[in-house]
Design a protein around this ligand. Sequence first.
Ligand SMILES: Cc1cc2nc3c(=O)[nH]c(=O)nc-3n(C[C@H](O)[C@H](O)[C@H](O)COP(=O)(O)OP(=O)(O)OC[C@H]3O[C@@H](n4cnc5c(N)ncnc54)[C@H](O)[C@@H]3O)c2cc1C
Length: 388
Amino acid sequence: MNIFDQLARQRNWPEEERIVLDQVQKLADEIIEPNAARCDETSEFPWESVNALMALGMNGIFVPAEYGGTPMSYALYLECTKIIAAACASTGVIYATNFNGMKPLVDFGNEEQKKRLLPRITAGGIGAIAITEQTAGSDATGMQTRFTPDGDDIVINGSKTFISNGDIAELIFLFGKWSEIDDPKGAISALILEKGTPGCTVLRTEKKMGHRAASTAALAFENCRVPRANLIGEPGTGLATLLVALNKSRPSMAAHALGIARAAFKDMVAYTNERKQSGRHILDFQGNQFLVADLASELALNECWLDYVAGLVDAGEPDFALEASIAKLRASDLAMRMATEAVQMHGGYGYCSDYRVERLMRDAKVTQIWEGTNQIHRQYIGRSFRIK
Ligand SMILES: Cc1cc2nc3c(=O)[nH]c(=O)nc-3n(C[C@H](O)[C@H](O)[C@H](O)COP(=O)(O)OP(=O)(O)OC[C@H]3O[C@@H](n4cnc5c(N)ncnc54)[C@H](O)[C@@H]3O)c2cc1C
């Protein structure tokens, strides 16, 4: 048995979660993966794949039963994300963004908001989260989008950039600054923007190196009115909400990156077992064995670390920010390295789109950039060891 089969066996999923995993794997094999290359090539949104996931109720696994969900463990959510991303990184990020955007609504929304809004997500609505602006990326606190209270409404003016699912989302978890609070961090607030709200325009969708089937939108808000009932928490509580939301979305994106790494490793092993040069399989050259050993070890350790983070979350541990940061950092660096080495092991064929590794390498790059760039994660982790 190979080490990854053994690792998978040791996870001991409860019966109902095992069934979900089998269903997701079947969908990945029969629908998501067969659509992946075409959707990447044409930049076509993978609706068939996404709709199949939604029909399976995959948004419901992170929503409590009282709002229409069928809640399962965070560990299960992460494993599903890995399976989906391994089949198609674009579909993986579309799905993971539903979680990243809507889990904060589950965690911070009030009863009325959750009853009113979450059934739209469990019914298959797409979610998004909008933090980044043109001049506020790594330093999100520099955001300039303004929320101005006006009677029973909040009026939004400003813009957001690089918003995954932003052009198609049913609900967007949107951050901006409360006009009446004069403090750059203390003004940050959050609200839910519903699809079709007048005053919100999709300026463009980006042409990207990878994840070409997933949409990444620039949004503009011009006197865009949202009912005050959609405000999450109180004015000025947005930064705390944002930081907690990122703690759960970072392992989510680590799982997505590990999906890419798994796919690249699988292709590398298959090719090095099949391709012969100088009368030998290329995996029989010692230098290549060393490479495969290093990458297999890294993948195994990353999988175990993410299992550990999932365990912390499922056990209700309140503080796992650094652990989440390490998961995101290492999984995304591994995805990039694994995909690059997989291309290398394919020689010239790896550089051509007939082989999946070409796409995986393009898809891997952004995992080191989004959800906090890896420089930011390194600083955050390093800084935590400063003795005060
Ligand atoms: C495909 C895609 C999808 C995305 N999806 C979303 C989404 O759904 N929602 C959302 O809100 N955002 C999203 N983003 C935005 C993403 O999170 C940002 O791109 C990221 O945080 C970096 O911000 P930036 O691009 O402005 O780069 P900058 O912050 O301008 O960084 C440029 C470079 O400077 C470095 N740098 C910046 N500050 C420091 C520092 N203090 N120390 C050391 N180095 C530093 C960075 O590491 C980077 O290498 C997405 C981005 C992409 C590309």
